[in-house]
Write a protein that binds this ligand. Sequence first.
Ligand code: NAP
Length: 324
Amino acid sequence: MAQSNTKIVCVTGGSGFIGSWLVRLLLDRGYTVNATVKDLKDEKETKHLEALEGAESRLRLFQIDLLDYDSIVSAVAGVTGVFHVASPCTVDKVHDPENELLAPAIKGTINVLTAAKELGVKRVVVTSSVSAIVPSPSWPSDVPKSEDCWTDEEFCKQKELWYPLSKTLAEKAAWDFSKEKGLDIVVVNPGTVMGPILPPTINASMQMIRLLIQGCTDEYENFFMGPVHVKDVALAHILVYENTSATGRHMCVESICHYGDFAAKVAELYPKYNIPRLPKDTQPGLMRSNKGGKKLMDLGLQFIPMEQIIRDSVETLKAKGYLS
Ligand SMILES: NC(=O)c1ccc[n+]([C@@H]2O[C@H](COP(=O)([O-])OP(=O)(O)OC[C@H]3O[C@@H](n4cnc5c(N)ncnc54)[C@H](OP(=O)(O)O)[C@@H]3O)[C@@H](O)[C@H]2O)c1
């Protein structure tokens, strides 16, 4: 019997930290998944996906470059839904912001949405970030930041904060495309994502907690807004995809808090590590709240608490040899 295509979806960036968890949960739920990687010949991008349960019969891998429209078409052909996760993700200084961050984020998003529209995809979930919400220095400090808040583009340009700028412009481009072309999209805005690592490599957010444990005193002033477990991020994508009543942006954080709160919790749980003491308020003007993820909670998501996020992160870093 021919398989119904309602459960065939595409995940761009399937090889990455969040993408692999999303592919895993989709396979667990019986979906057939077209996952994209940058290089099919690189086992570091493929092996952990091929090892997932259900992969043998329901996972297909495609090689794409976000800047090459034609490469995206075959991954999107025949699917009902697309999860557009792929985008370069770094909080480090970059030498060539246009080519390293802005073009793949913005043009890449337009290429994926164009392919989705051309090929009759029903719904696209776009992975944005809290980096499209902060830094937003003009937001009143007595009001918790919410989906109504947008990153200040001029502030990013002045401070050379290219990653938040890339996520903000990419998300805005996605909303403009959706309105102009009539494509159904929904957005997830994760905070700093941590938890068990499936790929053999370490991504930017897991590097943050690794560095903290190794004594780094960076306060991520313009990047941090709260942590979230990687499994919850993957689940949030599926929830907003399956609930067609879910609309707009969805902030995906266990809580809105300061990096200093997070670092203090790591120090409390792991006194044997020499965790630096950071100031209490590392994110000026950020009002704490445990309702940041309310839209997702209303869809049934119960966020994994910070303590568990930290424990799972430390255990995976130890298991993979990133921490002793
Ligand atoms: N980690 C976080 O804390 C966090 C928070 C909020 C939002 N996000 C967003 O979540 C998404 C995934 O992040 P992640 O943490 O999972 O990072 P990651 O592990 O670095 O994954 C990024 C993925 O994008 C792919 N990619 C990057 N540039 C590409 C290009 N030019 N063409 C094709 N594929 C490309 C990467 O492929 P390769 O593996 O082949 O390089 C990888 O699969 C990104 O959109 C990021 O902005 C992350």
